[in-house]
Design a protein around this ligand. Structure first.
Ligand code: CU
Ligand code: ZN
Length: 183
């Protein structure tokens, strides 16, 4: 039986092809599986009328958060990602506390040491509408700090960005779950 002999140039070509095919996986560039956009649709908790949509989009500078909320009282309202994507309780308490995988204190969104879920406040106009847009460097779509599947809560009152453990923002007026969106 005569065996085919592989020459050195052939080995090199095979090695190069293998390296090229494996590189995207090693570099985390598994495009089909990568999440680049997420969305939460907010529904009113019992006896409230607050609704809205929150988009999270991966950019090279971080995750851009863009929200449009209606049915609010005029002024500031605490706006956070909570630990659980569970809006089952009529008052939204099933969403748990602020999403805090790094075990940090509650703070404002621009503080380095904060809950990952600390997005500060949204501010409604006299018609009860609020628009929020902010680039964030702590939100992630993968790993321990991934926000996928967590909850988004809007509060009746203002987050003072200082009080522990949640900024004294009062009752929960809307709740939503962060899901994977089509990019
Ligand atoms: Cu909250
Ligand atoms: Zn917090």
């Amino acid at each position: 039986m005569r065996l085919y002999k592989i020459t050195l140039p052939e080995i090199l070509i095979i090695a190069i092809f293998m390296a090229i095919s494996v590189y995207p996986v090693l570099a985390g560039e598994t495009d089909a599986a990568e999440i680049n956009k997420a969305v939460a649709v907010l529904h009113p908790t019992q006896a409230n009328n607050v609704k809205g949509t929150v988009y999270f989009s991966r950019t090279k500078n971080g995750v851009n958060v863009e929200a449009d909320i209606t049915g609010l009282s005029a002024g500031k309202h605490g706006f956070h990602i909570h630990e659980f994507g569970a809006c089952t309780a009529p008052d939204g308490t099933s969403a748990g506390g602020h999403f805090n995988p790094e075990n940090q204190p509650h703070a404002g969104p621009d503080q380095a040491k904060r809950h990952v879920g600390d997005l500060g406040n949204i501010e409604a106009d006299n018609s009860g509408n609020a628009h929020y847009e902010r680039m964030d460097t702590q939100l992630k779509f993968d790993g321990r700090d991934s926000i996928i599947g967590r909850g988004v809560i809007v509060h009746a009152g203002e987050d003072d960005l200082v009080s522990q453990p949640s900024g004294n923002a009062g009752a929960r007026v809307a709740c939503g779950v962060i899901g994977v969106a089509k990019n």
